[in-house]
Design a protein around this ligand. Structure first.
Ligand code: ATP
Length: 333
């Protein structure tokens, strides 16, 4: 089956004063099928949001997609003009942000915000649009949706506001939703409800989801696949169950060790030493090598991407798998 979304060798860069542009996303490739949930994880600044914005065609100038291709339903998004891209965003791909006010207009009633977008993108009259808006609010668990349609965003709690933003993203039954840390600001109960909502969407409507987060616990509950990003590159990808049971990349292991769990209660969590390097000043070769306990001279060259079943990783000294040290001469270039 052809993938719904295929990202190939994506490079997104931002110009920098007195230097080469910064590659916030560097040679990133992955694909996503209908009904699958991909967890895109990594520390702050690793390039997760810029990847999402690149797919949406929303990278702010002077930033730009400098190389690579993004195919959606087999169509290369680079071939679409601004109007076609706007339509695609309206109907087929939606984004949910950490801050729902990125989506909501504070001075308009919820009904106006929802019906206007429906009337702009789909053939229907106002009564139909209103019914669709009400149903969408009901679907994300807003109580008394009929009455709540006439409310303004400030009349909702933070969690309910985020649900409204999600309802807006769902209005046109998009095939792909990019959710950028949508539950970070919410308490755990609401977080759990929203996560179940996304699971239901993926299962019942075949919606594909890219869930951007630094929270591995969420990914292990929600996602089918995981893509671990570090300093603009994907360092490990694969089915969540495999990657989080037996990570190959030292960075994935480090992220896992820094998650609180039943077993670590009361103990000091292991933090990955050092800081994420600035994308303007990355170490040569594997960008993680300066923070990695397993690094040696081989890591000063860019590791090749190694495939293993449905998984892949970029590390010459993978955990639980054969080191490339013995064949380094040919494999590392
Ligand atoms: N508009 C911009 N101009 C210049 N640099 C940018 C811009 N947007 C992002 N960047 C840079 O791109 C890199 C990746 O940023 P991005 O927001 O994608 O990270 P992230 O992994 O989503 O982090 P977070 O979890 O904090 O949102 C960062 O180093 C950031 O400084």
């Amino acid at each position: 089956m052809a993938a719904l979304l295929e990202v190939k060798n994506l490079v997104t860069e931002f110009p920098r004063h007195g230097g080469a542009p910064v590659k916030a996303v560097n040679d990133v490739s992955f694909s996503l099928e209908k009904g699958r949930v991909l967890g895109l994880v990594g520390e702050s600044g690793s390039g997760k949001s810029v990847t999402g914005f690149s797919i949406m065609g929303l990278v702010d100038a002077p930033g730009r997609v400098a190389a690579g291709d993004i195919f959606f339903n087999g169509e290369n998004l680079a071939d679409l003009n601004a109007e076609e891209m706007r339509r695609l965003r309206g109907r087929h791909i939606a984004m949910v942000f950490q801050d729902p006010m990125m989506t909501l207009n504070p001075v308009l009633r919820i009904e106006t915000q929802m019906t206007e977008t429906l009337l702009a993108h789909e053939k229907m009259d106002r009564a139909e649009a209103r019914a669709r808006a009400r149903d969408a609010l009901g679907m994300v668990g807003i109580p008394s949706p009929e009455e709540r349609l006439s409310a303004y965003p400030h009349e909702f709690s933070g969690g309910m506001r985020q649900r409204v933003a999600i309802a807006i993203a769902l209005l046109h039954s998009p095939e792909l939703i990019i959710a950028d840390e949508p539950t970070t600001a919410l308490d755990v109960t609401i977080q759990a409800q929203i996560i179940s909502e996304f699971q239901r969407l993926a299962e019942e409507r075949d919606t594909a989801v890219i869930w951007i987060t630094h929270d591995l616990a969420i990914v292990s509950r929600l996602a089918d696949d995981i893509a671990v990003m570090y300093a603009g590159r994907l360092v490990e990808t694969g089915p969540v169950a495999e990657v989080l049971t037996e990570p190959r990349h030292h960075y994935t292991r480090g992220l896992m060790d820094s998650v609180p769990s039943q077993n670590t209660r009361g103990a000091l969590l292991k933090q990955i030493p050092g800081m994420t390097p600035s994308p303007a000043n990355l170490p040569s070769g594997c960008s993680f090598r300066t923070r990695c306990g397993g690094a040696d001279a081989l890591c000063t060259k860019l590791p090749p991407e190694i495939g293993e079943g449905e998984r892949s990783y970029r590390c010459v000294h993978p955990l639980g798998a054969q080191s490339l040290g013995a064949i380094a001469g040919e494999a590392v270039s």
